[in-house]
Design a protein around this ligand. Structure first.
Ligand SMILES: [Mg+2]
Ligand SMILES: [Zn+2]
Length: 199
């Protein structure tokens, strides 16, 4: 079996702007959680192409004290509900709740799952019998690309390619196979690059 691994924040759902910190970050409430346009359609497209779709996401919000476990569950339920409304579902979800500087002690771990490490992809491959060499990682961060490459997958960076990213990519072995400005484009890249691959 082959898979498309999808990052969550910025790929499946919109990032939220927090003016008080001047940053874009994960939604902290279910109300803030909104699917990005076309995501359901894109997941179904991957299914048609013979890929399992697996969410792999760092979620350090609980560890950092930004959200509670209850909030996370509500957000997760909303994600599933919204995907169901769009007529789709994923085959797996893997989350890393750890952070090396976590406020909450049980999450203060230097784990093997936090991207850029490939632990979540490796675990999913074992659990769901995924051939990583036939699989893709799609994410909006360089850590997604790094994790995908370390797992032996091909990678797509969502966003706009900027020249100032190049040295950073080279330093961190984070050059993606493709850069796509929207996720529908990612289905085309994967479609044209997987004809010779097995299932
Ligand atoms: Mg992201
Ligand atoms: Zn972890």
């Amino acid at each position: 079996m082959k898979a498309v691994f999808l990052d969550r924040d910025g790929v499946i759902n919109e990032l939220i702007y927090y003016p008080e910190h001047g940053i874009m970050d994960s939604p902290f409430t279910a109300e803030q959680f909104r699917l990005r346009p076309g995501v359901g359609q894109v997941i179904n497209k991957f299914h048609e192409m013979g890929y399992k779709v697996i969410v792999v996401s760092n979620q350090p919000g609980i560890a950092k004290g930004y959200i509670t476990e209850e909030d996370f569950k509500k957000i997760n339920l909303k994600m599933k509900r919204e995907l169901t409304k769009e007529g789709t579902t994923t085959e797996g979800e893997y989350y890393c709740f750890h952070h090396p500087q976590a406020k909450i002690k049980k999450y203060r771990v230097n784990c093997d799952c936090r991207k850029p490490k490939p632990g979540m992809l490796l675990q999913a491959a074992e659990d769901l019998d995924v051939d990583l060499s036939q699989s893709w990682m799609v994410g909006d961060g360089l850590t997604d690309v790094q994790a995908g490459k370390k797992a032996g997958c091909r990678t797509i960076l969502m966003g706009r390619m900027k020249c100032e990213l190049c040295p950073l990519m080279d330093e961190n072995d984070a050059r993606p196979d493709a850069v796509c400005s929207d996720i529908l484009e990612a289905t085309k890249v994967i479609g044209t690059n997987s004809q010779h691959g097995g299932k």
